[in-house]
Ligand binder design. Structure first.
Ligand code: NAI
Length: 328
């Protein structure tokens, strides 16, 4: 029996993500938690004729505890999204507190669950959750993931648009670093099978992957940021984690993880000089089996992108850790 929980389930991402999870045969029980509207969302989704049972919870009556108890996987899209002119870092004040409180709940009610964090700024909210888990004595870096899949999805999409070539569905384009602007580093040289982007188009495509989220924020004109493409990406990642748990082998997807705690991560952490970093991770029955070092053979162009990313990441990570160590 697999129980999945969505925290922030009534939001722009939460609703379509919950819908997609309800369609998955890998899930038997789906619990939806939010500070508003979950009874309605749960009632609506529960009429879909797939096997998963659906329940909705609000903070009243110990809702968080009921939602999380027995959870195997928890996906967190709770928090405020960006408005035009805002960076992901501008969301920190509100969202760091939300993620801290929800992570406390996970540490108490389902400390062994896989925790997938979507709430921005991911570069800081994942360190927040890690610190909360560490303080509670339940940190298992193999089970804590910052969801950066939307960057990979965008890399796949824009690679097709810019080159006019179809990216075969089996192609993986590693996107490493973090999940905001210049901390996002697509590594086309490491795509497998190889996928060639003409040099003249590289700057434009990299820029679009790094700042693609801004296009959506602008187009929604105050109505929020990416929700539907994010729900697709979040589901794709959650499904991979669940498939790996159920025994499927060879599943790899980049994710923002705590490197020193995962196989192969220590070496990458030394190389990049930060502890939290997105790299392709191989997934297995206990979460991360191994972090793949895809940095050894990158080209000079990518190395420069990486240097800029690391500078930005350092501050973002420290901010998250500090928030828990020395609460404001
Ligand atoms: P939204 O405002 O539509 O939904 C957020 C939901 O979280 C709301 O329903 C709200 O009631 C709920 N919420 C607030 N505080 C909560 C709490 N303490 N416990 C449970 N639920 C709570 O926002 P949207 O568009 O769904 O975005 C959610 C987050 O995802 C934002 O931080 C956004 O920046 C982030 N995001 C991340 C992406 C990624 O690639 N990782 C991509 C796009 C957005």
């Amino acid at each position: 029996m697999v129980k999945a929980v969505v925290l922030g389930a009534a939001g722009g991402i939460g609703q379509p993500l919950s819908l997609l999870l309800k369609t998955s045969p890998l899930i038997d029980e789906l619990a939806l938690y939010d500070v508003v509207n979950t009874p309605g969302v749960a009632a609506d989704i529960s009429h879909i004729s797939t096997t998963a049972t659906v329940t909705g919870f609000l903070p009243a009556d110990d809702g968080l505890r009921h939602a999380l108890t027995g959870a195997d996987i928890v996906v967190i899209p709770a928090g405020v999204p960006r408005k035009p002119g805002m960076t992901r870092d501008d969301l920190f004040k509100v969202n760091a507190g939300i993620v801290r409180d929800l992570a406390k709940g996970i540490s108490e009610y389902c400390p062994k669950a896989y925790t997938l964090i979507i709430s921005n700024p991911v570069n800081s909210t994942v360190p927040v959750a890690a610190e909360v888990f560490r303080n509670a004595g339940v940190l298992d870096p193999k089970r804590l993931f910052g969801v950066t899949t939307l960057d990979i999805v965008r890399a796949e999409t824009f690679a097709q648009e810019f080159t006019g070539q179809k990216v075969p569905s089996a192609t993986t384009i590693p996107v490493v670093g973090g999940h905001s602007g210049e901390t996002i580093v697509p590594l086309f040289s490491q795509a497998q099978p190889s996928f060639n982007v003409p040099e003249a188009k590289l700057d434009a495509i990299v820029n679009r992957i790094q700042f693609g989220g801004d296009e959506v924020v602008k187009a929604k004109n105050g109505g929020g940021s990416a929700t539907l493409s994010m729900a697709y990406a979040g589901f794709r990642f959650a499904e991979k984690v669940l498939k790996a748990v159920s025994g499927e082998k060879g599943l790899v997807e980049p994710s923002f993880v705590y490197l020193p705690g995962v196989e192969g991560g220590e070496e990458i952490a030394k190389e990049v000089g930060v502890d939290f970093f997105s790299v392709p991770v191989e997934l297995g029955p206990s979460g991360v089996v191994k972090a793949n070092n895809v940095l050894a053979n990158i080209n000079d162009y990518e190395r420069k992108l990486l240097e800029v990313a690391i500078k930005g990441l350092k501050g973002n990570i420290e901010k998250g850790v500090e928030f828990v160590k020395n609460p404001p």
